[in-house]
Design a binder for this molecule. Structure first.
Ligand code: HEM
Length: 161
């Protein structure tokens, strides 16, 4: 998507003093990239442990609710770090990401997968049984894992798309 409002917004961001500061200090972008990657690691560990439990592949000695409660912080504390570091990288070079189909796809997948994660949290908030997840939620868990992999791939593809 490259409509004129989006391009105008990119030009506006390019004219800000924050853009100039990011361009002037060579260390800002690599530092943001490093923090972004560390936060990705945190999110993916949480996502993997929770989804493998929902799929019944790992961690069956605990109820799904316990596994979600134990590892959800890895996701919810890392997402604001991803948002802040991502936004700083965007302000530094707005058109590179905002008009990029890989970035737009990544954001769409992120919104969907956050909704799925919230659904899992709500479903197992007060259900501390050891029962396995039903087929529907197992399928949703596979969709969730696929989307997270897609988000990582799309993030890397921004540089090439
Ligand atoms: C929360 C909102 C997010 C924003 C605004 C954002 C934004 C960005 C931006 C601007 C880049 C730099 C792309 C480039 O110029 O090459 C990037 C890279 C990347 N992002 Fe995100 N991102 C977000 C969340 C995530 C999440 C949740 C993941 C995966 C779990 C992720 C995975 C990646 C990857 C793998 C890269 C490439 C890193 C590299 O090669 O240095 N991002 N992101």
């Amino acid at each position: 998507m490259q409509n004129s409002a989006l391009l105008q917004f990119c030009y506006y961001l390019e004219s800000t003093s924050l853009n100039a500061a990011i361009q002037d200090h060579f260390w800002i972008v690599p530092t943001m990239q490093s923090l972004h990657i560390l936060a990705i690691a945190s999110v993916l560990v949480g996502v993997l442990l929770i989804n493998l439990r929902i799929l019944g592949v790992h961690g069956q000695s605990d109820p799904i609710a316990t596994v979600i409660a134990r590892y959800q912080a890895l996701i919810w504390f890392a997402l604001p770090v991803l948002l802040i570091t991502g936004c700083i990288m965007i302000v530094g070079e707005p058109a590179r990401s905002l008009t990029n189909p890989a970035f737009q796809l990544k954001m769409l997948m992120l919104v969907i997968v956050i909704l799925i994660t919230l659904h899992f949290q709500r479903k197992w908030r007060n259900n501390h049984s050891y029962a396995q997840a039903d087929l529907g939620n197992r399928l949703l868990s596979i969709v969730s894992l696929t989307l997270w992999i897609g988000i990582v791939a799309a993030g890397r593809w921004i540089a090439y798309a």
